[in-house]
Each structure stands twice: as structure tokens, then as C-alpha cells.
Design a binder for this molecule. Structure first.
Ligand code: NAD
Ligand SMILES: O=C(O)C1=N[C@H](C(=O)O)CCC1
Length: 250
């Protein structure tokens, strides 16, 4: 059986370098290109890449994906910075290339995906819920893509359940003291040397709290999800948002 031809964009970055190693180690995949900033995207077509793993920056991702989709190259995207406008733009380019698949995963680690699922399930049962994300200090964006997605899922679950707005009598606060408001859910971002990628979802009800915490301790935690995405995206045309759609979660 022929190997799937895979390229990595952002190959010298923290997660990109790990992805290069993971693709090289996978028997059913062939690494055909490992591109960094300034490298020509034409290498992707020259090398016959079938799937691109996009792990660059929010400033670069749209141009890279535009190239991939126009050339019918499937993409597995870990880069953050997704807004409704950006997703709509991507949908429009995918409509012109209906056989191409793009998976965007705010987080490729199974623990983070489960954290989102558990938080979504628990949110309607508690009066209060806040998200704290904690990352290494070289991270360029805040809040993290994972925290934003978690808060959106929590908010949607609460709205669907008809939950009341969260109690909060704080009338005076320094700007930022209550975090960012993501669909009504406060999200707090910590940047700390020594950390990699961590998240807590704090839920509170009368006389009890529940904390759901996930820790990515090494970039290897993201690799099984990336490899699963690469293998599945070739048979999944259109835009898929969230690795959970490729997992058999009960
Ligand atoms: N979804 C996930 O599970 C997951 C996990 C970790 C990181 N991330 C995200 O992945 C992205 C990269 O994170 P990082 O920590 O590796 O950052 P990083 O800064 O270490 O790496 C990014 C790399 O991309 C390169 N780059 C920039 N523009 C480029 C371009 N146009 N073409 C090719 N390469 C380009 C940079 O030079 C750099 O080497 C961030 O958005 C981060 O939030 C996602
Ligand atoms: O290290 C990063 O940067 C990470 N980015 C993603 C996010 O913003 O959620 C996933 C976790 C690691």
C-alpha cells in the first residue's frame, strides 16, 4: 500500500518539530516536506504533498490554507486564532474545492478533548463556571484556542439547558481582573515559565465545587491526535472543527 504524502508547515517550531518526528516515525506516512517561515509553498505541489499539517502562527495560517485548498491539498490545522470571520472565509474557499478536507483542532490531545466534553456535560448543573488556561510564556495568543472553544461549548450547553446568567456581584474591578468574557464565561490566561499547556474548568454550585483539570506535559501529547487527523482528513471533505469528530467518544 502506498504511503500518504505529508508535509509539515512550521516544521522548526515547538509543536512542528515534534510533528516532523511523529510523521517520520509512522510507517504508513511519508514526510515529503518540512517547511519553515520564508520557504516557498510551491514545494508542497512540487513534492506531491497530499496532506499538510499546519502548525505556524495565527498571522500565517490563512495564507497557507488558502494555498492548500486551492491546490486540493488536505490540511490538519493546530494553529490558533480562529474567529467566525476566518472560518467563513475558509468555508468559502472550500466550497470551490469540494473534495478537499480541512480539520481544525483547538487541541489534539485526548485529555483536552475529554476536558471539553466533560465541561460541556457538567456546565448546566452548576451556577458558576470559569476557565483558567495556563501556558508557557512564549505563547503568542490569549486566551488559548482550547480555552476559547471550551468556554463556547460551556456557554452553548448552558443556553440549551436554559441556565440562568452566572451570579457575580463584583461591581468594581481593575481591567482584566475578571478575565476575558467568552460568551458570558470568564476565561483567565496564565503565562508561566516551566509550564507547557494546562487548563482548569472550575464549576461551582451551592456548597460544592467541581474542578476539571488537564495537563499537557510534553508536545508528544498532541501527536496521536495529529496522526489520526492526517489519516482521516483525506476521506472527510469540507471543514471539520474539533478532533472529537474523528474520535469514537461515547
Ligand atoms: N492544536 C493543538 O493541539 C496545539 C498544540 C500546540 C500548539 N498549538 C498551536 O500551534 C501554533 C504553533 O505553536 P508553537 O508553540 O509551535 O509556536 P512556535 O512559534 O514555536 O512555532 C511556529 C513556527 O512556525 C513558523 N512559521 C511562521 N510563519 C510561517 C509560515 N508562513 N510558513 C511556515 N512556517 C512558519 C515560525 O517560524 C515557527 O518556527 C500556535 O498557534 C499554537 O497555539 C496547537
Ligand atoms: O502551546 C500552545 O501554544 C498551545 N496552543 C493551543 C491552544 O492555544 O489551545 C493548544 C495547547 C498548546
Amino acid at each position: 500500500m502506498s504511503k500518504l504524502r505529508v508535509a509539515v508547515l512550521g516544521a522548526k517550531g515547538r509543536i512542528g518539530a515534534e510533528a516532523v518526528r511523529a510523521v517520520e516515525a509512522a510507517e504508513d506516512l511519508e514526510l515529503v516536506a518540512a517547511l519553515g517561515r520564508g520557504d516557498a509553498l510551491g514545494t508542497l505541489t512540487d513534492t506531491g504533498a497530499q496532506v499538510v499539517v499546519e502548525l505556524t502562527t495565527p498571522a500565517s495560517v490563512m495564507e497557507n490554507l488558502d494555498f492548500c485548498v486551492r491546490h486540493g491539498i488536505h490540511a490538519v490545522v493546530g494553529t490558533t486564532g480562529w474567529t467566525d470571520d476566518r472560518l467563513a472565509q475558509l468555508d468559502t474557499s472550500l466550497a470551490a474545492s469540494p473534495e478537499t478536507g480541512v480539520l481544525i483542532a483547538p487541541n489534539f490531545s485526548i485529555g483536552a478533548v475529554l476536558t471539553m466534553k466533560f465541561a460541556q456535560a457538567a456546565a448546566p448543573y452548576f451556577e458558576s463556571v470559569e476557565v483558567i488556561e495556563l501556558h508557557h510564556p512564549n505563547k503568542v495568543d490569549a486566551p488559548s484556542g482550547t480555552a476559547t472553544r471550551t468556554a463556547q461549548l460551556i456557554a452553548a450547553a448552558r443556553q440549551q439547558a436554559g441556565s440562568a446568567p452566572q451570579p457575580d456581584a463584583t461591581a468594581t474591578a481593575l481591567d482584566g481582573a475578571r478575565g476575558a468574557d467568552v460568551d458570558g464565561v470568564p476565561v483567565h490566561a496564565v503565562r508561566l515559565r516551566g509550564l507547557l499547556a494546562h487548563q482548569e474548568v472550575l464549576l461551582g454550585g451551592e456548597g460544592e465545587t467541581l474542578t476539571i483539570r488537564h495537563d499537557s506535559l510534553h508536545h508528544s501529547s498532541f501527536m496521536p491526535g495529529i496522526l489520526l487527523g492526517v489519516r482521516r482528513v483525506v476521506d472527510t471533505p469540507g471543514l471539520t472543527f474539533g478532533l472529537e469528530h474523528f474520535l469514537d467518544l461515547r
